[in-house]
Design a protein around this ligand. Structure first.
Ligand SMILES: C[S@@+](CC[C@H](N)C(=O)[O-])C[C@H]1O[C@@H](n2cnc3c(N)ncnc32)[C@H](O)[C@@H]1O
Length: 265
């Protein structure tokens, strides 16, 4: 597979590389066969995208979000999930209960590549679009009108590549196009990491830049009236269970790691 991706789009190769390499381990904590298949098909050297801290961070966030989403799906089996900035993520396969509806949304060049790797699936819609441009909302609104459930939006590895003003625009897209309300689960980068991006072990190997960060998800909720922060969890909560370095990182630099923040409107 020949890949031609823009700067921010290239960051999708980081979680892809991590999940492929983890899946090849003897006792994988996350199994993503699709990631292994794609990495083999594109034939790239994944070593620059698969460094220790990024690896442990992606594995921690994957375990945490899979768990949170499975709990939501058990409570609401007909859930509609929109995976924003989906990259090459295959979370649908890990959480599917045979009933949910799923949307994978990303910028056009990523979607062109994604469509080569992911066969069409029942209940999954792939959309090429920019999250800031509301034209992607229509198919989701149609699905929701049949389901009568509130949508769940996921933003994994996305907000740090948007300015706070762009995040505000995006929250307004959600509020205006989904007036019924919904849940947004968004990864939060911290402000220190924005200043120190040259030390990030894998993003420094791309041309992408962190352009925003928060010390608390409340800063995101405050951007648009009607949004509230429900809960927030550092990746440290999971990462410290898996290695001494993860434990030390959580102890010495507790605020440095990313967090999962859940919002409702
Ligand atoms: C770090 S990757 C994360 C991919 C995926 N969520 C994962 O964890 O495997 C960030 C993704 O966000 C996408 N992205 C960035 N800005 C976007 C925008 N404005 N609209 C849609 N997707 C965007 C990129 O193209 C890229 O695929």
């Amino acid at each position: 597979m020949n890949l031609q991706l823009g700067d921010v789009q290239t960051t999708a190769l980081i979680p892809l590389a991590v999940k492929a390499s983890e899946s090849r381990r003897k006792n994988p904590r996350v199994i993503d066969k699709k990631a292994v298949e794609i990495v083999e098909a594109i034939g790239i050297d994944i070593s620059k995208y698969d460094k220790f801290m990024s690896h442990e961070g992606v594995i921690a966030r994957t375990i945490m979000l899979d768990r949170q989403l499975k709990e939501i799906i058990i409570k609401t089996p007909e859930t509609v999930v929109i995976n924003l900035g989906a990259g090459f993520d295959d979370r649908f396969s890990r959480v599917d209960n045979g009933k949910i509806l799923w949307f994978d949304l990303d910028l056009p060049d990523v979607i062109t590549a994604r469509k080569k790797a992911f066969p069409e699936k029942e209940r999954v819609t792939i959309i090429a679009g920019d999250i800031l441009d509301p034209s992607w909302c229509k198919p989701v609104q149609e699905a929701l009108s049949e389901r009568k459930t509130k949508p769940i939006f996921l933003a994994e590895g996305l907000f740090m590549y948007l300015t706070m003003e762009q995040i505000r625009t995006f929250l307004n897209v959600l509020k205006e196009n989904f007036p019924c309300g919904g849940t947004l689960i968004a990864e939060q980068n911290n402000k220190l990491m924005v200043k120190n991006e040259k030390f990030h072990d894998t993003v420094k190997n791309t041309n992408a830049h962190f352009v925003s960060g928060t010390d608390s998800g409340q800063e995101i909720a405050d951007l648009v009236k009607g949004f509230r922060l429900v809960e927030e969890h550092s990746f440290n909560e999971e990462m410290k269970k898996h290695s001494i370095r993860g434990k030390l990182f959580a102890l010495l630099l507790p605020k440095m790691n990313d967090r999962w923040a859940t919002f409702e409107w």
